[in-house]
Design a protein around this ligand. Structure first.
Ligand SMILES: [Zn+2]
Length: 296
């Protein structure tokens, strides 16, 4: 028989129908505690601290949710909310980075010293707070911040990538699908409401990547592979064929929900579309790297 994780009493298969215990209040109390933890964590991260004397609600929520992983998940969600807000102007500056570090260090003091053989508090916190990919996003936002200052990410070019003289490799992504617009249909309208001129000083927000999916029918799939960006080209090394586009032929970039479209000033190929296999935040990162690439 299933038990309620909050009051530890039976949950009847039939609910309250045959006199089973009503757990409506258990669930609504849990929801209240979870929402408190999420909001509280977010506000502390944004302030760059963790109050040693947290409000009573914090301890109450932890106690109520103990026996489940819900407290940890709610805190990770709050942490991620803060990360998303900090990174929405794309770059994680020194002040924001310091806030994260100070929060982590304050928060870490709430956990007991690990016993021998147990993971360090730092590893434990990274696992616990990172379930929504926040640390990946922080790393990406930091790379964008440095790229803006002319510092290249430390990334090895994929094998087989040929560069011209004076061409600088910047970054690459694995498992990207490439499709080319069927010339007869021509791409009309924008995917998610944004279109960005390449090499102008624009930034694309996370929210720009959350629009409607683009219909695939007009696009001819040319395979899956590694997409590299240099200061001169976008280079796709695919399993079926390669695609190489010069930035001087790329007029703009449109974010989609799962990647981006580059519009070309060529009659034969009006647009090329790249779809990332990973999260929309990876698409956000890639689009922003590409916008900056020609000015590196
Ligand atoms: Zn209950």
């Amino acid at each position: 028989m299933k038990k309620c994780p909050y009051c530890n009493q039976k949950i009847s298969f039939f609910g309250t129908l045959f006199g089973g215990i009503d757990h409506t209040k258990c669930n609504s109390d849990a929801a209240k505690h979870k929402s408190f933890l999420r909001k509280y964590l977010k506000s502390e991260v944004m302030l760059g601290k963790f109050n040693k004397i947290a409000p009573n609600e914090f301890a109450e929520a932890q106690k109520y949710l103990s026996g489940t992983l819900e407290a940890e998940k709610s805190m990770a969600a709050g942490f991620d909310d803060a990360v998303e807000e900090m990174c929405d102007d794309i770059s994680l500056d020194d002040e924001e980075l310091q806030k994260i570090e100070q929060f982590m260090s304050d928060f870490g003091t709430r956990f007991p010293e690990p016993k021998p053989g147990e993971p360090s508090t730092q590893d434990y916190l990274s696992n616990m707070l990172g379930i929504y990919g926040s640390f990946t996003t922080l790393g990406q936002a930091r790379m964008l911040h440095e790229l803006q200052k002319g510092i290249l990410p430390e990334k090895q070019p994929p094998s087989g990538l040929m560069l011209n003289k004076n061409e600088t490799f910047i970054y690459s992504w694995d498992s990207v699908r490439c499709s080319i617009l069927n010339v007869k249909t021509r791409f009309r309208g924008r995917s998610t409401g944004g279109s960005y001129r390449i090499a102008k000083n624009f930034t694309i927000r996370h929210t720009e990547h959350r629009g409607e999916p683009v219909a695939y029918s007009e696009w001819k799939d040319v395979g899956s592979g590694i997409l590299s960006v240099t200061n001169k080209h976008l280079i796709f090394l695919g399993d079926k064929r390669d695609v190489k586009e010069r930035f001087s032929n790329i007029s703009s970039l449109d974010p989609t929900n799962d990647g981006f479209i580059v519009n070309l000033s060529l009659k034969t190929r009006p647009a090329v579309r790249f779809t990332m296999s990973s999260s929309s935040r990876d698409a956000w990162f890639a689009s922003n790297v590409i916008l900056k690439a020609p000015s590196v």
